[in-house]
Design a protein around this ligand. Structure first.
Ligand code: DLL
Length: 433
């Protein structure tokens, strides 16, 4: 079953022609309308006319998350503000988020790529889809919503949380497709079990999940708990949101929606392109975006691309499941966290030494974040009551900064490992390989 067979099964050579045409157009628009790109291209000595083949994309400079932050809030827009009809930001509550702006046409494209993906999961206009992704500036909620509405399915925009209510609705409304982040999905399954829900009484036929890293073990667990297949959804705010790449029934890598997003893999050290099949950092270019076309964005996500035939008949290049990051960004409970945000919170409190470690675990499938901080000798000799007060204060400060609750442990002075080179700030005990 296809949403748009012509585009999805297009012969690769024909698609390449389309990609080149679109690339030339988008590079020209970015150059003419976004001062950031004009300067970057000029500095690199490259003009839009230099893009004569798809490989010529490599002549263009890379764009980073910091570039987008520097352009906060609207510096990357390529159209007048009145053409922007919607705004989203990356998750994480404070610090400078990255902003994503969409025109009506961009929303149309977003709906299209998500409609293709949800069709891969078996969603039809006869079905009900329960969308547990957040709608509050996170792209997950609306991305899924638009795709499902395009198909004509019935959407339940329940958003994240209210877990018992989620379960009641799942049973009472007979949702056919359920969308979640893997960690929330596993938590939901646990609560459903506690509530005595019988899998056989549900009308589910598939699950779509993404927004954070997971393992095949987690997928198996999800499929076992719900008794239906679970399909991967990949995307990121900067490029659009969910819908960049999705998995079909073959569950053998994600189909990149190449007619709208051009993927490359680079070596994150040398920045040189890597051949197909080799693992490296994914770089993405918007081929059709009007409001905020992003050229060669360094996603920092580690994966490989493979142009193999798929049993489903789609001709899109395939991308492996993401197995790592080339930076220290963490996704905890679906929220983006950088160690620097935690450091910022710690610096606001007296009596702490500048040594800390962030430990991420996933007991029982739900992420937990512990921050160990060294107390100063004077603080440490204080009464336990004082220490508990400080611990709470730090926890609140970090909560303010990153939007999620963490557990803080104050440790004795000089007990955290020292490093002469680069401090190891994060110990991620979740394994995604
Ligand atoms: O997470 C968009 C999204 C929403 C994708 C709903 C899927 C479903 P951001 O919050 O900007 O956007 O985070 C993007 O999340 O660079 C990856 O590191 C990670 N990520 C997203 N999808 C996957 C996935 C959304 N399927 C960042 N597997 C990306 C592994 C994922 N990591």
């Amino acid at each position: 079953m296809f949403w748009n067979e012509e585009e999805e099964c297009m012969p690769p050579l024909k698609r390449e022609e389309l990609q080149l045409e679109r690339l030339q157009e988008v590079v020209k628009k970015a150059y003419e309308n976004v001062p950031f790109y004009r300067k970057r291209f000029d500095d690199a000595g490259v003009k839009p006319e230099d893009i004569k083949t798809l490989e010529d994309i490599r002549k263009l400079p890379l764009t980073t998350k910091d570039d987008l932050r520097d352009a906060y809030p609207f510096g990357m827009f390529a159209v007048s503000p009145k053409k922007i009809v919607e705004l989203h930001t990356s998750s994480g509550t404070t610090g400078k988020p990255t902003v994503s702006g969409y025109t009506r046409k961009d929303i149309e494209i977003w709906s299209e790529v998500m409609a293709r993906g949800l069709t891969m999961f078996g969603l039809t206009e006869d079905d009900i889809i329960q969308n547990t992704h957040g709608y509050g500036l996170f792209t997950g909620g609306f991305g899924v919503h638009y795709g499902a509405q395009k198909i004509g399915a019935t959407v339940i925009p329940i958003s994240t949380g209210q877990t018992k209510r989620q379960i009641k609705i799942l049973e009472d409304f007979g949702s056919n497709v359920l969308i979640f982040t893997p960690s929330y999905g596993l938590y939901l399954a646990e609560v459903a079990q506690e509530e005595g829900v019988n899998q056989n009484n549900l009308k589910l036929k598939s699950i779509g999940f993404g927004a954070e890293m997971w393992t095949e073990g987690m997928r198996k667990e999800i499929e076992k708990r719900y008794g239906v297949p679970a399909f991967n959804i990949y995307g990121l705010t900067e490029i659009m949101g969910p819908g960049i790449a999705l998995e079909c029934e073959a569950q053998d890598g994600l189909h990149v929606m190449e007619d709208h997003f051009y993927p490359e893999i680079i070596d994150s050290e040398t920045l040189n392109p890597l051949p197909e099949g080799e693992k490296g950092e994914l770089v993405l270019t918007n081929l059709t975006r009007e409001g905020m076309p992003i050229i060669r964005f360094r996603t920092k996500d580690v994966t490989a691309l493979r142009r193999t035939e798929c049993s489903c008949g789609r001709t899109f290049i395939k991308m492996d499941r993401i197995t790592g990051r080339t930076d220290d960004m963490l996704k905890v409970k679906g929220v983006t966290v950088f160690p620097s945000q935690i450091e910022k919170a710690l610096l606001k409190i007296d009596g702490l030494e500048p040594y800390y470690q962030i430990i991420v675990t996933r007991p029982q499938h739900l992420d937990e974040l512990e921050v160990q901080v060294e107390a100063s000798p004077t603080l440490f000799s204080d009464e336990v009551k004082e220490l508990v007060g400080i611990k709470r204060k730090i926890e609140n400060q970090i909560h303010n900064e990153i939007g999620i609750r963490v557990d803080v442990t104050l440790v004795e002075p000089k007990t955290l490992p020292r490093s002469e080179v680069k401090a190891i700030r994060v110990i991620d005990k979740r394994k995604f390989d």
